[in-house]
Design a protein around this ligand. Sequence first.
Ligand code: DQA
Length: 148
Amino acid sequence: MKTIRVINGPNLNMLGVREPDIYGKTDYKTLCEMIENYAKAIDVNVQIMQSNHEGDLVDWIQESYNIIDGIVINPGAYTHTSVAILDAAKAVGIPMVEVHISDVSAREKFRQVSYIREACIKTISGHGIDGYLEAMDILVNLDESNKQ
Ligand code: DQA
């Protein structure tokens, strides 16, 4: 059975409260339950984490080395700023899918820059919270030979 880690960056714990017109009304706890239920349905182990601190995201990516089959990552605002998170992703070489709840390509210019994208096999943006499930599907169905 594959193990997937879902890593969420700053302010994603504020889902439901935070700008609901952009990020929807579902709260973070419900998102986690949705991911856990989906993981059961597709028969994968899932570990869900969230932090407002850049270094935590770097640590969790590094710790994934050799123990995690795929990472779903929504680095929040660190998407647009963090070389450290990109470097961690490149260091471990684990298949990674970038997820954004909102369509970052249609928002402010600064959101159209993604550092992490370079280390990801795919980006899902603007599909709401369903994007997390789509990302899990991609990682679960990834052929062994496609692994980075
Ligand atoms: C986000 C988009 C980012 O620009 C923003 O800083 C977030 C959430 C999204 O899921 O749409 O925190 O990653």
